[in-house]
Design a protein. Structure first.
Length: 109
């Protein structure tokens, strides 16, 4: 009887570890906003790209953007907008606990 209890406990532990690992690798939503570096005003229509993927989005009327179904990992992010310097952010880590990215752009004028 004791062997059965140990086997059940070990099987339960294996399932729990698999569940934790699956949650850690589950796709997340990466979101944030883009603002003017000087005025801190929201920028509308900024192109935001996850380089190395086919994911591209644009900021809304409040300067917010989001990417759905992003697998946890490290990405390069680029943001570009008319009359602003293109901004590259390298090695941005995306995970269930780190899924927000605020971006500020510098005017090219």
């Amino acid at each position: 009887m004791m062997v059965f209890a140990v086997t059940v406990a070990m099987a339960g532990e294996k399932i729990d570890n698999e569940t934790v690992e699956a949650k850690a690798n589950a796709a997340v939503m990466l979101n944030g906003s883009v603002i003017d570096q000087t005025t801190h005003e929201a920028l509308v229509g900024v192109k935001v790209e996850l380089e190395g993927t086919n994911q591209v989005t644009y900021t809304d009327f409040d300067g917010n953007y989001s990417f759905e179904n992003v697998k946890p990992g490290t990405y390069n992010v680029a943001a570009s907008y008319v009359s602003y310097e293109k901004k590259y952010m390298q090695n941005v880590t995306v995970s269930p606990s780190n899924k927000e990215l605020e971006i500020s752009l510098k005017s090219s004028n």
